[in-house]
Ligand binder design. Structure first.
Ligand code: NG6
Ligand code: CA
Length: 500
């Protein structure tokens, strides 16, 4: 259709038109990606939650496109973030696994990324929040500028936590420098061994305000035992209960100081990942314990952030995309009453599995596009993936950048087309499955059916699994035996895409 329009325009003004000419984009809107951490498909009111109130996220869903079949590439964080930013399937990169806080950067500095592509098109680009894609190129000295990192893969400004809230170093990093670092109290980080004399969650339970359930028994920061060992950097350590306010303020500040230019802001929130540490004013707000409380807190932050866009007069000129990096988990390593206080709430909604799972709840997540005055409110059942943002946003700004894996679905994201992807390879902790049309095929995998620590079905089976999600969204009927033709067809497509 676009080509057709271009041809007509060319005919009308033959002399001014060459075939290499690109249609000029009408405008360069600001682009904001709000990305939550471990938020489940069923955690939003707009997606069916009744026990939990999320009015601000619901407002975006109800005034924008609410996708019912939107996916992260993966059922864990690092690979999903890699897919989101690079438009490349994370299983193509052997390092795209859950990373320790000391891991080197896994995005090649020569690689295409969304911020790089937008920068080329005149955008200012920033990340505020969780990174978890590695930093440095080997051994990191946290007391010098830490690089390469976000600033070396396309972000003009970065204010991040290195990995996760449960991993050291528990400090903020601004454009590569640890924020508030006292040079007389240098930071050391080690994931193999403790520093002499430093307390740990394992040996010093008397110092803990939050108890560990599995893992999470190394260095103690703010009474919370973490993954990995850290020494020094006292003044730079973050306050967990203030983290949401802190990132929100940075995101708002960025918007206010960049409202004159087109900007891309990747606002990567930490909730509801563990450790769940709501600010005191949200404690008890959900009746579901800390997991519910931090979802309410995140929702409030999103509301405040949207108010800032509005106050700055940017709502009509900003595309907001909201999603999550992977599905939900209740007990992810701390005793925090997520299981005990859940009540009737279903974080996965009608889906099977959760974080770490190849079943649907691993990757199918809330996925919302909102643009005041430009997007008509609607529900879309199109299959879309975060992988597609690269090619889609490129087309939005009149660029043709793409990758083998990213598909230009801009019309779908704008609610102008219902034709999403035909197929998608999904990933969960290095295992992959194929989605094609309504069908999902999971190849046989060794390994436990259930991860007992987190109590989530992983999708492993010695047999092939084949589900028709149209009739069986909850993945209860394995049709592999009764529909060998479909299974064969999908095996072939899988091999064609995966290469094995
Ligand atoms: C796991 C952690 C889990 C969480 C996850 C990463 C243990 C036992 N579990 O290894 O708590 O941190 O990694 O989550 O350490 S993600 O959302 O960043 O992928
Ligand atoms: Ca996550």
């Amino acid at each position: 259709m676009k080509n057709l329009l271009l041809t007509t325009t060319c005919l009308a003004a033959v002399s001014a038109c060459t075939t290499s000419e690109k249609p000029a984009p009408e405008i360069k809107p600001n682009i904001v990606v709000i990305y939550l951490d471990d938020l489940g498909y069923g955690d939003l009111g707009a997606y069916g939650a009744t026990g939990l109130e999320t009015p601000n996220m619901d407002a975006l869903a109800n005034a924008g496109v609410k996708f019912t079949d939107g996916h992260a590439t993966s059922a864990t964080c690092t690979p999903s973030r890699y897919g989101l930013l690079t438009g490349v399937y994370p299983w193509r990169n052997k390092d795209a696994n859950i990373l320790p806080g000391t891991a080197p950067l896994i995005i090649d500095t020569a690689q295409v990324t969304i911020p790089k592509m937008l920068k080329k098109n005149g955008y200012q680009t920033a990340i505020v929040g969780k990174w978890h894609l590695g930093l440095g190129d080997g051994i990191v000295d946290w007391n010098q500028r830490v690089s390469p990192g976000p600033n070396e893969v396309g972000f003009d400004y970065s204010y991040i936590m290195a990995a996760t809230q449960d991993r050291v170093p528990t400090v903020y990093i601004e454009d590569g420098y640890v924020d508030n670092l006292d040079p007389n109290d240098p930071i050391e980080v080690n994931y193999e061994q403790n520093f002499e004399g430093e307390p740990t969650g394992k040996d010093n339970p008397e110092l803990l305000t939050m108890k560990w359930h599995h893992g999470h028994n190394n260095s103690i920061v703010n009474g919370i035992p973490r993954i990995g060992f850290m020494k020094g950097g006292e003044a730079a350590k973050w306050s967990d209960v203030d983290m949401a306010d802190h990132f929100l303020a940075k995101a708002q500040e960025y918007v206010r100081s960049h409202k004159q230019e087109p900007f891309f802001l990747y606002y990567a929130m930490q909730q509801p990942h563990v450790p769940r540490t709501p600010h005191p004013r949200f404690v008890g707000s959900s009746g579901m314990g800390p997991r519910g409380d931090v979802i309410v807190e995140a929702d409030w932050c999103i509301g405040e952030f949207m108010k800032t866009l509005e106050a700055e007069g940017l709502l009509e000129n900003t595309l907001v995309i909201l999603s999550s990096d992977n599905g939900p988990v209740l007990n992810d390593g701390y005793y925090d009453e997520a299981v005990e206080k859940l009540g009737d709430h279903q974080p996965s909604g009608p889906l099977r599995g959760g974080k770490y799972s190849l079943f649907e709840a691993g990757t199918r997540v809330p996925f919302i596009t909102y643009w005041k005055g430009k997007i008509e409110p609607q529900v879309s059942d199109a299959l879309v993936c975060q992988l597609d943002l690269l090619a889609s946003l490129a087309s939005l700004v009149g660029d043709e950048e793409t990758t083998t894996d990213s598909q230009n679905l801009m019309d779908v994201l704008m609610g102008k087309s219902a034709n999403g992807r035909e197929s998608l390879v999904l990933e969960a902790t290095s295992r992959t499955a194929l989605r094609q049309g309504d069908w999902l095929m999971i190849p046989p995998y060794n390994g436990p059916a259930v991860n007992n620590q987190v109590n989530i079905e992983l999708g492993n089976s010695k047999e092939f699994q084949l589900y028709n999600l149209n009739d069986d969204l909850g993945q209860q009927n394995n049709l592999a035996e009764s529909n060998p033709e479909k299974l064969e067809e999908m095996k072939e497509t899988f091999v064609a895409i995966r290469g094995k």
